[in-house]
Design a binder for this molecule. Structure first.
Ligand code: DGJ
Length: 745
């Protein structure tokens, strides 16, 4: 998996990809290639020749009498601005006010198998036989700095993970101003810059823009990865379709401020970089200290969008999600938020719980409003003890009742926040993120707690621990409903730590709380949430295997959100809830069937007033849950395919198959009905086999027919047969269940 030639060429490869690096004439680590597997490389000259210098006016040559060399046209692993390369660099270091134009030379390297999981900080992990890594030690002797850069390749996957840390090996303090986690340099192949963007209630829509000379970027400065942009980005050839063409994905295992950008120079070279956002960041590195940047991920597929979807899913499933939850079925949840909001007591909740149990649900999640005096979103965050009026017999009693119904119990927390109207704030106003000047912004009536302060983290942990123990809790919904403003920590000030370290130290505090909870309660299921999908990232998924994708529970919007999210994150990471009609966010009316069909791709849940349902609707829910339970493995961990172009949003077709393609489920969704459409009668399913015979919803159809014609769409919109059409009108859906009935013709 790692081939080393003459100690100067490094080739990480498996059957899918090759990643090649070399040592440049100035001893810096250079990049050669990332793309389809090259196999064992016999002659390196074939893929890399020490190039001549580009001759544009303004190209500056470099170093020590070797005037034939410039970094301007070199592919580098760790480019640094300030010498002969004028593009943005990955690392900027100062000594007081003086920039250090660092010059890291390869000093040594070592290879090792496996990658240990450590709850301290989110990062990928792998068993001994699942990965191989190469760790380079690069030293800038003059400026007394050392960098360790580790590249990991995983068995059977198109992903390379990169981890790096920088150490001060001298006697003078240094300041890191920018330390991008990942850099990928490559030739432009008519690429589009793909990102997942949107806003609250419409997160992670796929956007694609042609790359041209200059810089394009997305990022977040909100103290969280954010609703507006996601750290997952990609470069895809313009011609890339669902199943063909080059696509490179990049992601960051981090939940705070980030920047992802691509810069194209005058020679059609691209530099893709991803890392912590350099705005408002700088980190003091005292002698002997080390700073580690979040890990970055690069993925390649030449099998188009579906190739990337599947690579991303497999990587996250195996190497990010907590091991306990890998391939483990998730409970079908009933969440009381959209059913009751703040208006509930124990009695009401228990009757909802009984009803949900009788319909087949498995876990009752008690959302916001159970603690302090919380009867609206203006109060009590921080006071994590049960509301006596709502739970007169105590939360422990409520938990016993839930467990006695053979339901698991989940409870909502918003650990990082405090309401001004709370005991915690009265006792500890200094625990709030607030600048010493008077102005303090407020969001959703709440302040952000100073998670850079370990005492705050410990205090929240103790409060949560008591509730977890008292309720024998199975599940936590971890919410986070506002972003950070006036970033300032009294704790950092007292300890002489620069405020420019706040955002990152805040994130480390959040990860510390996850670590404490999961160390004490390793099997608790944590559902991530940040006002919906404001923190849908690999940092959170490292601790919590599923995330509430959006506060918009409308099934039509969820089709777009899920299609976007799937590019970088697995189906098993979605919490999908069937909610009421008309929908509470957009007031749209959709049928229960359509809502259930949309929510079933991923972990299923319900979030609506069960007592306002008719007997017929309850029966439909019961039937759907039974069906879901029979197919839960496939619908959580199956191999996912988009069968329609993700740009053609009026018809969405999702498919999943099991590992040997014996069983397939397809969800067909028609958003708006069209008058007299010129639509195709059939759609194609690329993974079917000509030599097999299938049963499609009970009907035998040969693989040859399905392959050559496709599968007939579930409707005919024309006046003649409107009476027999299976799909009529807006917001329609149809599920195909396909099984192999004969393996050979
Ligand atoms: C925002 C979440 O996304 C909702 O699901 C719900 O938990 C509310 N917060 C509760 O305040």
């Amino acid at each position: 998996m790692i081939e080393i030639i003459n100690e100067t060429m490094f080739h990480l490869y498996n059957e899918k990809i090759s990643y090649v690096m070399t040592v440049l004439p100035n001893q810096q680590l250079g990049h050669v290639y990332f793309g389809p597997a090259l196999g064992k490389i016999e002659s390196f000259d074939q893929i890399y020749l020490d190039k001549k210098v580009n001759k544009s006016a303004g190209t500056v040559k470099f170093f020590d009498g070797n005037n034939s060399f410039t970094l301007a046209d070199r592919y580098q692993e760790l480019p640094i601005y300030g010498t002969t390369d004028f593009r943005e660099g990955a690392l900027t270091i100062f000594e007081e006010e003086t920039p250090l134009y660092t010059d890291f030379k390869l000093h040594s390297f070592r290879c090792y198998m496996g990658k240990v999981r450590n709850l301290d900080k989110p990062a990928s992990f792998a068993g001994e036989n699942e990965s191989q890594s190469i760790e380079f030690e690069l030293v800038d002797a003059e400026r007394e700095l050392k960098i360790d850069m580790t590249y990991t390749i995983f068995r059977g996957l198109g992903t390379i993970a990169r981890k790096q840390k920088i150490s001060n090996i001298g006697d003078e303090a240094r300041r890191i101003e920018r330390f991008m986690s990942g850099v990928l340099e490559l030739k432009n192949r008519d690429f589009e810059w793909v990102h997942l963007s949107g806003a609250w209630l419409k997160e992670r829509h796929i956007k694609a823009t042609t790359v041209s000379q200059g810089t394009m970027s997305v990022g977040s400065l909100k103290g969280a990865s954010g609703h507006q942009h996601n750290p997952f980005v990609a470069l895809k050839e313009k011609s890339t379709s669902n199943d063909h063409g080059y696509i490179y994905g990049a992601n960051l295992i981090y939940s705070g401020n980030f920047l992802a950008q691509v810069e194209m120079d005058e020679w059609n070279n691209l530099r893709l970089m991803i890392g912590m956002h350099p705005e408002h960041f700088s980190w003091k590195l005292d002698p002997g200290e080390t700073f580690e940047s979040p890990e970055s991920i690069f993925t390649f597929s030449n099998l188009g969008m579906n190739g990337l979807i599947q690579e991303s899913a497999q990587f996250v499933e195996k190497h990010i999600i907590p091991p306990h939850w890998q391939e483990r079925e998730r409970p079908i949840v009933f969440n009381n938020w959209e059913a009751t909001y703040f208006d509930f007591d124990e009695e009401k909740l228990l009757s909802l719980a009984k009803e949900s149990r009788s319909l087949g649900m498995e876990c009752f999640v008690l959302d916001d409003g159970w603690f302090g005096n919380r009867n609206s979103d203006r109060s009590s965050l921080g006071d994590w003890t049960a509301n006596n009026a709502k739970f007169p017999k105590g939360i422990g009693h409520f938990a016993q009742e839930i467990h006695a119904l053979d339901l698991k119990l989940g409870i909502w927390f918003e650990p990082e926040m405090v309401s001004p109207d709370s005991k915690m704030y009265q006792e500890h106003p200094e625990w709030v993120v607030k600048h010493p000047y008077n102005r303090i912004s407020i969001g959703r009536g709440q302040y952000v707690l100073d998670f850079a302060n370990p005492i705050v983290v410990e205090s929240i942990f103790q409060a949560m621990k008591e509730i977890i123990l008292e309720t024998n809790l199975d599940y936590i919904k971890w919410d986070m409903n506002r972003n950070i403003t006036e970033a300032y920590s009294a704790y950092l000030a007292e300890n002489g730590i620069a405020q420019t370290e706040f955002y990152h130290r805040y994130m480390l505090g959040v990860y510390k709380l996850y670590q404490k909870i999961l160390s004490a309660f390793p099997n608790i299921l944590i559902e991530g949430c940040a006002g919906g999908g404001g923190r849908y990232d690999l940092g959170i998924l490292f601790y919590s295997p599923q995330i509430w994708p959006s506060d918009d529970s409308d099934a039509v919007e969820r089709l777009t959100i899920q299609s976007g999210t799937l590019l970088g994150y697995p189906m098993s990471s979605f919490s999908n809830h069937v909610s009421a009609s008309p929908n509470h966010q957009v007031d749209r009316h959709t049928s229960l069937t359509f809502r259930q069909h949309t929510a079933m791709f991923g972990p299923l849940g319900y979030e609506l007033d069960l007592f306002s349902l008719s007997t017929e609707e309850k029966q439909k829910i019961k039937n759907h849950i039974e069906f879901y339970k029979q197919h839960r493995q496939l619908l959580t961990f199956g191999t996912f395919y988009q069968l329609n172009s993700v740009e053609k949003q009026n018809e969405v077709i999702w498919a999943v198959h099991d590992s040997d393609k014996q069983e397939i489920l397809i969800g067909f969704y028609k958003i708006l009905a069209e008058a007299n459409p010129a639509s195709e009668e059939f759609f194609h399913i690329p993974f079917l086999d000509m030599t097999r015979v299938y049963q499609v919803n009970g009907e035998r159809i040969s693989g040859r027919i399905l392959k050559n014609l496709g599968l007939r769409k579930p409707y005919q919109f024309n006046a003649v047969n409107h009476g027999t059409a299976q799909i009529q009108g807006d917001f329609q859906s149809f599920i195909y269940h396909i099984q192999v009935v004969e393996n050979k013709e």
